[in-house]
Design a protein around this ligand. Structure first.
Ligand SMILES: [Zn+2]
Length: 154
């Protein structure tokens, strides 16, 4: 799923809970739950083809940059929010993709146990509901984005 979804859900979790270990645990669990849901992201197949790797990573960089920019803007606009759990939730919500989807060390984590098990689990959970990526996925991703922002600014 988009970094925007992962970071906003993690940030929303951090906005509701002050306990850092709990924020980290829930944000990591939220990553797998979100990836299981139907979704469209840089790794999706568009008209039966994946995007070219360089373009895919360029979009991912914009996605990550925009995600943290939005969260920083929300934190600036809402000084009452506790920024440490919010930022912790945002980073750990995305952490699984940073560990398993970055080309520099992807081939290494694929091979080293127990990381390799998580790598394959992370890939497998994205498959079952893939056929609903457009019909359910896109509206669902928008709902997740707006609900998370609502939790952060309410
Ligand atoms: Zn993921």
């Amino acid at each position: 799923m988009l970094a925007l979804n992962h970071t906003l859900v993690g940030a929303a979790i951090g906005s509701q809970i002050d306990n850092i270990p709990a924020v980290i645990g829930l944000a990591v669990v939220s990553h797998f739950v979100l990836d299981f849901l139907p979704h469209v992201d840089q790794g999706s197949e568009f008209s039966r083809e994946e995007l070219k790797p360089t373009f895919k990573y360029f979009l991912a960089a914009i996605d990550i940059f925009a995600s943290f920019l939005i969260i920083i803007l929300i934190l600036m606009a809402r000084p009452g929010l506790n920024s440490i759990p919010v930022i912790t939730g945002a980073i750990t919500g995305l952490l699984i993709d940073l560990i398993f989807n970055v080309p520099f060390w992807e081939s290494w984590v694929k091979k080293v146990r127990p990381l390799s098990y998580i790598y394959y689990f992370h890939n497998k959970i994205q498959e079952p509901l893939k056929k609903y990526q457009y019909s359910i996925g896109i509206p669902l991703q928008l709902i997740i984005i707006f609900t998370s922002i609502w939790f952060l600014i309410k």
